[in-house]
Design a protein around this ligand. Structure first.
Ligand code: NAI
Length: 703
């Protein structure tokens, strides 16, 4: 049963019970209408309370039903709310903890509402590319006023029940309960009182009958539209929220409902909505590992050690300090420790200056940080993360030392971005305790954490590190061991294509612009200048030995030979003015590219933005298909999460894999075959990965 029915004296109580958040799936909806029918048929019952068991009143639609016919199966949510409104006996919503989306819409259909303090109230549909679809846009403005309601609907953000209850003139809550604990008894009392009140047969109040107007009328909606347009950028839903709320002020209630429905259904079909719903489920899926069951025991992580206080070590340490976990940092020299500590301080101080961090919190966090030059000081840490130079010899020395000193059961993690985690594990006598934690720079800001599972990594170690990722508010995605793991292995192919595009006729600015217009936060060349072109150069040199047959454009090497490493040297693919970050196209670089092109004997051709984007994105997709097939990633949506949270892939496109699915894999392969005919590209580059070829031929998708 996902909704329980009980009678307390002369009040029937329908308790939603569909953990974790009492999602309004089909069985729950049926439970509500059944309860209403029973209560209305029972002469001993005079009023009805609807409430939620456990941690929520209701979080809204059941995500398992998203986009499936079940979501619409009768009684759908609209019919349930209508049944509530039509109940002859007063229906009281008793809300606590969470009243969101369809849950709030259900409460708005009730005749009376009582709330516990601390309840998160929201219509978050906009976050998945929709507007509320069960009357939220028509009823919320009637109880909270147009402006407050529109702000909530456009932002999707939760507001606490006590705050809403304090708004002058609000009609959302008829009563506030003293606490969550007293809510059931207070709801019963309110139900009895309302049964008495309407004993004379007086009409039950309905939100739909309340007036809805904004004093400024059109002028207000014009203003709201302008505000929303700036925020919404690539997403169609926010402006539709304004349209729907405006309709509440202009149309009759039932017409407004139809209009809301029409907008809702149209939005449901958009690729942006599909992308956001995909991300919503992908995020949850990423934390599940096929062969590591949910209840796998975890090792307690109460203290952390970080080896190396450089760029990454400092950022990594901050993540744990922010989560209230003490960190000890180790370096070889005091100067390096001092430098690392100063950087962390500077970082926090700038947050304090910008009002993002309270001064006492800053002191609290710094109080959790200590430093040492002596490995034996680390021995009791539950987790140690190594972030020293990217050289196998250095990693070997560090892990041998860690193996010597760390207590049994401590987790030994490496932040390596390219080295073999299995080899690193083999430096210890406890490879089962070794794992990769690949943070992205700046490590205290970037959401992505690739958790690299070695051949011998124990399941409880993996489960623990995934949970730690969540604790420090990262999107943790599991990757198997391979050169570059998921993200950087794919970016290598993207960078190679970007290089070929220069050889064939593009300028860096043209490539960047095309990719940024597609929605990437930054094109490949601006990105290179930001990260430092020397990093890729070093990796290419190493790979040239490991994979001598892999073809690269030589332009990036030539750039580095000129010392143009990017922003840090004041020049890279672009020129930079001192102290500024604006990328200014460089005549020198364009000249260098043209000269190189002439040396190769290539006649430059005009390349369209469409071709640029396809070649770069399909380069990612094809490598991703290999990664998926090899089991490096467990699911396509994990790869999407990596690209969305670590590489600035446009959110409204849902990640490279969903994008390819939406284009159609058949079309992707067709384009690749076209590119393969290009004489200046690497001919083997566009060989479709077997998985991609198979899915395309069968008319299937990655996701
Ligand atoms: P970094 O050069 O800024 O910092 C490395 C630090 O390690 C230096 O402070 C150095 O003094 C210290 N160190 C070197 N050998 C040591 C030893 N034996 N014992 C103790 N400390 C030692 O380097 P960065 O950029 O922080 O990189 C560290 C690791 O993180 C590398 O494995 C790198 O591949 C990886 N990484 C770097 C990213 C980046 O964007 N910089 C991104 C993701 C991973």
């Amino acid at each position: 049963m996902t909704a329980a029915y009980q009678v307390h004296g002369d009040v029937a109580v329908i308790t939603l019970n569909n953990p974790p958040v009492n999602g309004l799936g089909h069985a729950t909806r049926l439970g509500i209408t059944d309860g209403l029918n029973r209560a209305n048929a029972d002469p001993a019952v005079r009023a009805i309370v609807i409430t939620g068991a456990g941690k929520a009143f209701s979080g809204g639609a059941d995500i398992k039903e998203f986009g499936t016919p079940k979501a619409l199966q009768e009684p759908n949510l609209l019919s349930v709310i209508l049944a509530v409104e039509n109940s002859a006996k007063p229906v009281i919503a008793a809300v606590h903890s969470v009243a969101m989306g369809g849950g709030l819409e259900l409460a708005l259909g009730c005749h009376y509402r009582i709330a516990a303090p601390g309840c998160n109230v929201a219509l978050p549909e906009v976050k998945i590319g929709l507007i509320p679809g069960a009357g939220g846009t028509q009823r919320l403005p009637r109880v909270l006023g147009v402006e407050t309601a529109l702000n909530m609907i456009v932002s999707g953000e939760a507001v606490k029940s006590e705050l809403l209850a304090s708004l002058p003139g609000q009609k959302l809550f008829d009563k506030m309960a003293a606490s969550v604990e007293s809510l059931p008894a207070e709801a019963l009392a309110l139900a009895k009182a309302m049964a008495d009140k309407h004993q004379d047969g007086s009409a039950l109040p309905l939100v739909r009958n309340l007036p809805c107007k904004h004093p400024l009328g059109d002028a207000y909606f014009q203003f709201a539209r302008n505000m929303v347009k700036g925020m919404a950028k690539n997403f169609p839903a926010p402006p539709k929220c304004v349209d729907a709320v405006e309709a509440a002020t202009k149309k009759k209630f039932d017409e407004g409902m139809l209009y809301e429905r029409e907008l809702f259904i149209n939005l449901m079909m958009t690729p942006e909505c599909r992308a956001l719903r995909h991300i919503f489920t992908a995020e949850r899926a990423a934390s599940k590992i096929p062969d590591v069951p949910e209840g796998t025991p975890q090792r307690p992580i109460q203290s952390v050690a970080v080896i190396g206080a450089g760029t990454m070590g400092g950022g990594i340490a901050m993540n744990f300090l922010n989560a209230g976990i003490p960190v000890k940092m180790l370096e070889m020299k005091q100067e390096a420790l001092d430098r690392g500590l100063a950087t962390i301080r500077k970082n926090y101080e700038s947050q304090v200056k910008r009002g993002k961090l309270k001064a006492d919190k800053y002191e609290q966090r710094m109080g959790l940080l200590s430093t040492t030059l002596d490995y034996s000081d680390l021995k009791d840490a539950d987790l140690v993360i190594e972030a020293v130079f990217e050289e196998m010899g250095v990693k070997e020395a560090v892990f041998k030392k860690l193996d010597e000193v760390m207590k049994p059961g401590a987790i030994l993690a490496s932040n390596t971005s390219t080295l073999d985690v299995n080899q690193i594990a083999a430096f210890t006598k406890r490879p089962q305790d070794v794992i990769g934690t690949h943070f992205f720079s700046p490590a205290n800001v970037m959401k992505l954490l690739e958790v690299v599972r070695g051949e011998k990594t124990a399941k409880d170690v993996l489960a623990t590190v995934m949970a730690v990722g969540k604790k420090i508010r990262k999107t943790a995605v599991v990757s198997g061991v391979c050169d570059g793991f998921i993200g950087n292995r794919m970016i290598e192919q993207y960078s190679r294509q970007a290089g070929f595009l220069l050889d064939e006729g593009c300028t860096p600015a043209q490539v960047d612009k095309a990719v940024e217009k597609f929605g990437f936060a930054m094109g490949p060349f601006r990105m290179g200048d930001l990260a430092g072109n020397d990093i890729g150069w070093a990796i290419r040199k190493r790979r040239a030995q490991e994979r001598p047959n892999m073809l690269y454009s030589r332009t990036a090497d030539k750039l580095c030979e000129l010392g143009r490493f990017g922003q840090k040297t004041g020049a890279g693919w672009y020129d930079y003015q001192a102290g500024k970050r604006d990328a200014i196209p460089s005549a020198l670089v364009v000249g260098m590219i043209e000269k190189h092109r002439a040396e190769l004997g290539i006649q430059p051709r005009k390349i369209s933005d469409d071709e640029i984007v396809k070649r770069l994105v399909y380069a990612l997709v094809n490598e991703a298909a290999h990664i998926l097939e090899e089991g490096i990633a467990s699911r396509a949506s994990d790869i999407d999460m990596v690209y969305l949270t670590g590489y600035g892939f446009p959110v409204h496109r849902g990640g490279p894999m969903l994008y390819a699915d939406q284009v159609g894999l058949f079309n992707v392969v067709q384009s690749m075959q076209q590119f393969a005919k290009n004489p200046h590209d690497d001919a083997t580059f566009w060989q479709p990965a077997p998985l991609l070829a198979r899915l395309a031929a069968e008319g299937k998708t990655f996701n």
